[in-house]
Design a protein around this ligand. Structure first.
Ligand SMILES: Nc1ncnc2c1ncn2[C@@H]1O[C@H](COP(=O)(O)OP(=O)(O)OP(=O)(O)O)[C@@H](O)[C@H]1O
Length: 521
């Protein structure tokens, strides 16, 4: 019999099963989900979350760690016709039991139908890094807790080994007699050439964790760097899984030079007497992924969006205001370092279009003096970064030639990374990333990304994004001309074809490239 297309949601039959993050079904349904040759039973629910399935039985601490073996044993028992062994077999056939967090995550209530399909994990599905936001299940205003990130990582690996985690998923678990819930903020896959789905992956023995406390909880983490370091140290993070295509070399270089030292355990860091790179300049033509890279680097360090400021917003006509804006940029990091010392979190500041501070005010003598003052202010603040171990300033520009030498000296923007237009394999990676969001079902089988990569020489990543968007518009136009009177589209039959891409390619290809007048330095 095949996997049922939908199942009826019900509540978890027993309290002791609510903290496992497993979904439960009847033994008659379970074997539909078996991944032959492994002990895994997995289902994709509502196209949103993948859960490991089990047969409900009374968990004691011994069986908990052997639940998959237990599942197997139960199946054999079932096949031999020796049913009804325990009093916990209370999930009816055609039903799937989910805990509250799981139901909220896939937006269903008990009694609703939910779509289900068997999920077989692809090769190379292991997670390198998982970023989780942690909070207490029961919110008590006065409660504070210090959590050792290394111990918690090991605990999570033990209880959730081989479970799939998807971005945005919320999972409840018990740790030291306390009920916690985490939200999956970001997943990063192990290094591999072609990362498939970047939204989810499976916890393995090598998965590292970065934790962040939810604003509402007062959880403090210790040993955070140690918990997160192993994969970064091994160079095991794949930039494609972060949505960055064709920039493998730049990514590896930045990880090695600007990130690695921040993941060295603190005692060792002090003993080695090393210094972090505090200033990183990303430069190159427009639309080549500099800002995208800066954002992802920030997220790797902190597990959340970095602070982003744009040069044109920092610059002000009011006397002294630009200098103040520059001083303010550093204030949070300075305060944090003063209060927390070595335990301060990393502050990543992205200064986009930094060249704007060198262009302000026109060509008068007064404007020149003002520009000089502002550059001095930035240089002084960057020199102050020497005393701060918690800051990384990332400057982004496509006019490096405008930046004065004094900002590029060692100790200031000491690490400079050049970005160029992607080559053919880079363009293919970018196209794969951009079309991955379409959940392949919208992409007609005749779409040949390799051919498109070959035909888009001199395109930047941003222009490839425009090409994909424009192909979608072509497909919509085509769909609306077929059914001019219909307001909506039939989602089932809507497809973006190779012809749509070629159509979209035409005007872009004949347009003079924005790259042509770019002055590279
Ligand atoms: N290498 C890339 N991989 C994936 N997407 C890319 C890449 N480069 C550009 N893109 C797409 O183009 C968009 C714009 O890129 P981004 O803003 O990072 O370029 P930039 O180099 O900072 O450009 P600018 O100098 O004009 O600010 C990104 O949000 C992304 O969608």
């Amino acid at each position: 019999m095949s996997v049922p297309a939908t199942m009826r949601v019900t509540k978890i039959p027993s309290m002791d099963l609510t903290m496992t993050n497993l979904a439960y079904c009847s033994p008659a349904d379970l074997h539909h989900f078996a991944d032959m040759g492994t002990e895994l039973f997995m289902a994709l629910l509502a196209d949103r979350v993948i859960l490991n399935l089990a047969y409900p039985f009374k968990l004691d601490s011994f069986f908990f760690f052997f639940r998959f073996l237990y599942n197997q044993a139960k199946l054999i028992v079932e096949q031999l016709g020796l049913n009804n062994l325990t009093s916990h077999q209370s999930v009816e056939r055609g039903h799937i039991a989910l805990n509250g967090a799981q139901r909220r995550c896939i937006k269903v209530s008990s009694g609703d139908e939910v779509s289900v399909s068997r999920f077989i994990p692809p090769n190379d599905f292991d997670l390198a890094l998982l970023k989780l936001k942690l909070e207490f299940v029961k919110k008590e205003a006065s409660r504070t807790e210090q959590v050792d990130a290394v111990v918690l990582s090991n605990h999570l690996k033990k209880i959730f080994m081989n479970q799939v985690m998807s971005s945005g998923q919320r999972v409840t678990f018990e740790y030291h007699m306390t009920a916690y819930i985490f939200t999956v903020n970001q997943v990063i896959m192990k290094g591999q050439e072609n990362s498939g789905d970047v939204e989810r992956g499976m916890i393995s023995i090598d998965t590292s964790f970065i934790f962040e406390a939810a604003n509402t909880s007062s959880i403090k983490f210790v040993n955070q760097h140690e918990a997160a370091s192993s994969n970064i140290l091994k160079g095991d993070v794949n930039p494609q899984s972060l949505g960055i295509g064709g920039l493998g070399e730049q990514f590896a270089y930045i990880c090695r030079r600007a990130l690695l030292s921040r993941f060295v355990p603190l005692q060792m860091f002090h003993k080695l007497g090393i210094n972090h790179v505090k200033g990183l300049l990303l430069y190159g033509p427009p639309g080549t992924g500099k800002t995208l890279m800066a954002n992802q680097i920030g997220k790797i360090l902190n597990g959340k969006e970095p602070k982003v400021v744009r040069g044109p917003d920092i610059v002000s006509e009011m006397i002294g205001k630009t200098e103040k804006n520059i001083r303010d940029l550093f204030a949070d990091a300075e305060n944090d370092q003063r209060k927390r010392g070595d335990q301060s979190k990393h502050h990543v500041i992205i200064f986009d279009e930094i060249d704007a501070i060198c262009k302000m005010g026109g060509s008068t003598r007064a404007a020149e003096v003002a520009r000089h003052r502002i550059v001095q202010q930035l240089a002084t603040k960057m020199d102050g970064m020497k005393a701060l171990n918690n800051i990384l300033l990332i400057g982004v520009t496509n006019r490096k030639d405008l930046l004065p030498e004094e900002l590029l000296r060692p100790g200031r923007f000491e690490l400079k990374v050049k970005f160029s237009l992607p080559d053919e394999s880079g363009r293919l990676q970018i196209l794969e990333i951009l079309t991955d969001n379409m959940e392949n079902s919208f992409l007609a089988p005749d779409v040949n990304l390799q051919e498109l990569a070959a035909r888009t020489e001199k395109y930047s990543g941003a222009e490839l994004e425009a090409l994909v968007n424009s192909s979608v518009s072509c497909a919509f136009n085509r769909a609306s001309s077929v059914h001019p009177t219909k307001m909506g589209f039939d989602e089932e039959s809507f497809k973006i074809t190779m012809e749509d891409f070629l159509h979209a390619l035409h005007p872009l290809a004949s347009r003079p490239s924005g790259m042509m007048d770019f002055q590279s330095t």
